[in-house]
Design a protein around this ligand. Structure first.
Ligand code: GDP
Length: 198
């Protein structure tokens, strides 16, 4: 698949206003600052795309990007997760919408979850893992900013995160990723190609 062809389609606060639930899509999630925008930029070689999701008014739950003219293959950016300052009522609403999306969206093939390699598996990450796996949604975890660690400690973190999530078996895969030097880009593309195969 040519990820450079990704273009913005629409934003939606919940399931109601999503594009047609046909074809295949992959969602991207991560605490703010985990490196999600940089990863999407690197993948699509388009600096404007993920920024689109940070545009005021588009910080809704789901931001859809299409990879082909027919819109049957999509990337979905889930912004604004992990903001501590958000009122509880908004958080609860966000959670309900996200759970509904994970449970009911037929075309959703998997979720890419970004975690900063220097502090993986935060409470928030654990929460996402638990929501996703409860819906039997496959997860692909990127340990981002891998360039921040030397090779030894990076591999050690990779092994320890894998071990921590071993109970989920094939439902969860984990890899290193760096938007800065391209580490893991090919592995990410292979995973997405596999998920978006329609
Ligand atoms: P987001 O909030 O999850 O979208 O995170 P951003 O993509 O905006 O990145 C947050 C910060 O981490 C920025 O200062 C980025 O420059 C930095 N960053 C993101 N990816 C990498 C990476 O692969 N390597 C390094 N060294 N820094 C990164």
């Amino acid at each position: 698949l040519n990820y450079r062809r990704a273009s913005y389609l629409k934003s939606s606060p919940g399931l109601m206003h999503c594009p047609d639930d046909s074809g295949a899509e992959v969602a991207f999630a991560g605490r703010s600052n985990a490196g999600k925008s940089s990863a999407i930029n690197r993948l699509t070689e388009n600096k404007k795309l993920a920024k689109t999701s940070k545009t005021p008014g588009r910080t809704q739950l789901l931001n859809f990007f299409v990879l082909d003219d027919t819109g049957r293959q999509r990337l979905v950016d889930l912004p604004g997760y992990g903001f501590a300052k958000v009122p509880l009522a908004v958080k609860n609403e966000w959670q309900r919408n996200l759970e509904a999306y994970l449970q009911k969206r037929e075309s959703l093939r998997g979720m890419v979850l970004m975690m900063d390699i220097r502090h993986p598996l935060t409470d928030f990450d654990q929460q996402m893992v638990s929501w996703a796996t409860k819906s039997a949604m496959p997860l692909h975890i990127l340990l981002t900013k891998s360039d921040k660690l030397k090779r030894g400690p990076a591999s050690a973190t990779l092994l320890s995160v894998r071990k921590n999530l071993a109970d989920y078996g094939d439902l969860i895969s984990v890899q290193l990723f760096s938007a800065q030097n391209g580490d893991g880009l090919q592995a990410l593309r292979s995973k997405l190609d596999q998920w978006l195969d329609v």
